[in-house]
Design a protein around this ligand. Structure first.
Ligand code: UD1
Length: 337
């Protein structure tokens, strides 16, 4: 069966392409290369021995999307990763985010709703919960007013999909990721942030390799045991496997609602300082860091209640934070060598 992965050369998309191929699916990738590289195709191929079909395409071009589905009219399964994801940039340039993340989604769904039956997996984020009142966060926790246009595109995206699923043959699963980190154990693929990384783990590995002088730890006055903020860091390979499980659930019509929502995390929260300590342990290197003020818009803590993903989806994170940090470090060393 042929599956379309949009944004399939990106961080989570490329790891998902590998897991899908391993399960025998034929993978077609669309990517505009705005935040990725065609070299990632070689990485995927090196791992699986099979080169995915690749089309460079900007999903904001409605005609291209139409032509694509005309050409590949046997595709009914789509995993939609293609989106912009920098919170700060979205505040500076909201229309870029609404166009990239919303228009593209609409054009894809327009093609899929022509089909009798289609399966759609959407990359959502735990950002939809804002600062949830209760930890761990269940899927029933209220969606809160988004704090950025980026966050808003994830909420609006979920709503658009739900509205369209009601009146079409589309069945969808919305996957709300916590903090995806790590790299494939082969280090053929991993995270490739453009410019200065905004996220914690790539900033740590770039500091350790000497590309950045020092990690700024944003705030040590949070109401947490060590004062630094807590997140649920999930290994990207575990996350990728969850997409395959979700897709199979839709293909086998095992879903109980036209649109289902699952949190994807480990269920365990770690503070920034715990991550730093764990990194020092797995790399054997002390990390140069300094406590600075809080980053605007950051929440105190977020970690997933994984009961629904475990029991209903039948998926569980298997790799640890240490596994993720070790692979991220191995990857950083490889790409700088
Ligand atoms: C961030 C986004 C979130 C998005 C997610 C996707 C913000 C405010 N949030 O989540 O909307 O869905 O990325 O990738 O940008 N930290 C440091 N020093 C650093 C970098 C991070 O101390 O140099 C801390 C942060 O304050 C936070 C934790 O590390 O407590 C994780 O940060 P990050 O990796 O950026 O993820 P989120 O902020 O959770």
């Amino acid at each position: 069966m042929k599956i379309l992965i949009t944004g399939g050369l990106g961080f989570i998309g490329s790891h998902t392409a590998v897991e899908l191929q391993k399960e025998g699916f034929d993978v077609v990738i669309i990517d505009d290369l705005s935040n990725s590289s065609e070299k990632v195709l070689e990485g995927i191929t090196a791992i699986t021995g099979k080169k995915p079909i690749f089309e460079k395409m900007d999903l904001r071009d409605k005609k291209s999307v139409e032509d694509f589905f005309g050409k590949h009219n046997d595709i009914t399964g789509v995993i939609h990763f293609a989106a912009s994801k920098a919170v700060g940039e979205s505040v500076e340039n909201p229309l870029l985010y609404y166009e990239n993340n919303i228009s593209a989604l609409v054009y894809l769904l327009q093609q899929l709703q022509k089909k009798e039956k289609a399966q759609f997996i959407f990359s959502s984020s735990c950002t939809v919960y804002g600062q949830a009142e209760k930890m761990p966060i269940t899927e029933d926790a209220p969606v809160q007013q988004a704090m950025s246009p980026y966050g808003n595109t994830k909420q609006i995206g979920e709503e658009i999909i739900s509205d369209v699923a009601k009146v079409s043959g589309i069945n969808a699963i919305l996957l709300r990721y916590f903090n995806p980190v790590g790299a494939h154990e082969s280090v053929e693929i991993g995270e490739l942030p453009l410019g200065v990384p905004q996220n914690l783990i790539p900033f740590i590995t770039q500091t350790a390799i000497g590309l950045r002088e020092q990690l700024s730890v944003f705030g040590d006055d949070y109401p947490t045991p060590d004062g630094t903020a807590i997140r649920d860091y999930i290994h990207v390979v575990d996350l990728a496997k969850a997409h395959v499980t979700a897709l199979k659930r839709l293909i086998d019509s095992k879903n109980t609602d036209k649109v289902e929502v699952f949190n994807l995390g480990t269920g365990k929260g770690n503070s920034v300082l715990e991550v730093v300590k764990a990194f020092e342990k797995v790399s054997g290197k002390p990390l140069n860091y300094k406590i600075v003020g809080r980053r605007e818009g950051d929440i105190t803590e977020a970690y997933a209640d994984t009961t629904k993903a475990n029991d209903v989806l039948g998926w569980k994170a298997e790799l640890t934070l240490e596994d993720a940090l070790a692979s991220a470090w191995k990857w950083e060393q490889k790409i700088r060598s």
